[in-house]
Design a protein around this ligand. Structure first.
Ligand code: SF4
Length: 386
């Protein structure tokens, strides 16, 4: 039964109603923490102190901050849980220094988070669900179905787990040639799950992660990936108009996209993009269009023309991702020449295009492969990402 201090962040009847109501410190936005302080007779200003202590100082007992009243410090751990997520295993890539964390959740399930160092930034890829209801045919997570939503504190907890790991392993930052003071600079919701099918928990997590008194990651540094969940897109932008979206396109052909991404039957790509044009316009926050290039499937120049047409009227950036094949497959990436021709055609339309290769290929950390190894070892099914 819920204690009087439990603060509800989800709407009844929403997909996120599958998520537990929160009695976790790390599930509370600063506004919710202010409400907790007021409810218990303390000044709301203490919420800022608690946020600094928890997220800037990474204090595992945030209430031990010296400026907090003793009564508040005594009540908080009795009223709100703050248990960290469990690091079950870590795996380092010898290929590009990506680092995969296998993260244990309450109830025995596991998800993955992947840390990806680059020249001037450190990106963490997060999971938002255990499994996924969307069933994209190329995705291991999709084969699991939706097992459960992650709560806000489980999403935020992945960031804290990674931040604490970095703080405890200064030699890793040296190894990847990043300054000793480096902290996570970017977040992508591209781990297990369709984040916008868990939109309430994700919105609360975005508020916490971007809070200026906490980690202060600007919304422009956090990318929410979606297969095209239109309800979630509308709710995300209604709550956070400056949010950044990464839309997985993969095919501009309606019939083909419906075959590989069943969500397209409910929300066809053209309908999703039309709505984005209305919400954002050409001057709004950038939208990243993700396009996995597969030889002989979607790599023709006429596919590039279609993609260019789709991008019109949006502040679009395009990520071309040559298919990352792990194990035997009849599918493959196009030749370097074909990738270049595809990219050049998009560029000729004035579009911003990047060709990106999946990171952590040797540790199965790339799109659609998260947790697969761990689950196959434990006999359960496999996983992936949006
Ligand atoms: S690709 Fe994303 S949306 Fe599709 S099944 Fe996998 S996790 Fe779900």
């Amino acid at each position: 039964m819920a204690s009087p201090s439990i603060i509800t962040l989800t709407s009844p009847g929403s997909p996120a109603a599958l998520a537990p109501q929160t009695d976790s410190f790390y599930g509370l936005t600063r506004e919710a923490l202010e409400a907790w302080c007021t409810l218990h007779g303390f000044s709301r200003v203490h919420a800022k102190t608690l946020f600094r202590s928890a997220y800037k100082a990474l204090n595992p007992e945030p209430w031990s901050a010296p400026s907090l009243p003793r009564a508040c410090a005594a009540l908080l751990p009795l009223s709100l849980s703050s248990a960290p997520l469990r690091l079950v295993a870590e795996q380092r890539s010898g290929y590009d220094h990506s680092l995969k964390f296998l993260v244990g959740l309450a109830g025995g399930r596991e998800v993955e988070a992947v840390l990806m160092p680059e020249t001037k930034r450190l990106t963490l890829c997060l999971s938002s669900q255990v499994g996924c209801a969307q069933g994209c045919v190329f995705c291991h997570t999709g084969r699991m179905g939706l097992i459960r939503q992650l709560s806000t504190d489980e999403i935020v907890g992945q960031v804290l787990l990674a931040e604490r790991w970095i703080a405890a392993h200064p030699e890793w930052l040296q190894q990847v040639r990043l300054p000793a003071s480096t902290r996570i600079s970017n977040i992508v919701f591209m781990g297990m799950g369709e984040p916008l099918d868990n939109v309430d928990a994700v919105i609360a997590a975005l508020r916490i992660l971007s809070d200026p008194f906490g980690l202060a990651l600007g919304l422009s540094h956090i990318s929410v990936s979606t297969a095209g969940h239109l309800d979630g897109i509308e709710r995300l932008y209604a709550a956070l108009p400056k949010a950044r979206l990464a839309l997985s396109v993969h095919s501009t052909d309606d019939a083909q996209r419906s075959r590989i991404m069943p969500i397209n039957k409910r929300w066809p790509l053209t309908e999703v993009v039309d709505r984005l044009r209305t919400i954002l316009g050409g001057e709004g926050p950038p939208v990243l269009l993700q396009y996995t290039l597969i030889r002989g499937v979607n790599d023709r120049l006429e596919d590039a023309e279609q993609l260019a047409r789709l991008s019109q009227g949006l502040n679009a950036k395009i990520n071309l991702i040559p298919l990352n094949v792990v194990g035997p497959s009849r599918l493959s990436a196009p030749s370097p020449e074909a990738i270049k021709a595809f990219r050049d055609l998009l560029c000729s339309h004035g579009l911003r295009v990047m060709v990106r290769y999946s990171k952590g290929q040797d540790i199965a950390a790339a799109c659609g492969q998260l947790v697969r190894d761990a689950n196959s070892q434990s006999g359960s099914s496999s996983s992936g990402e949006t």
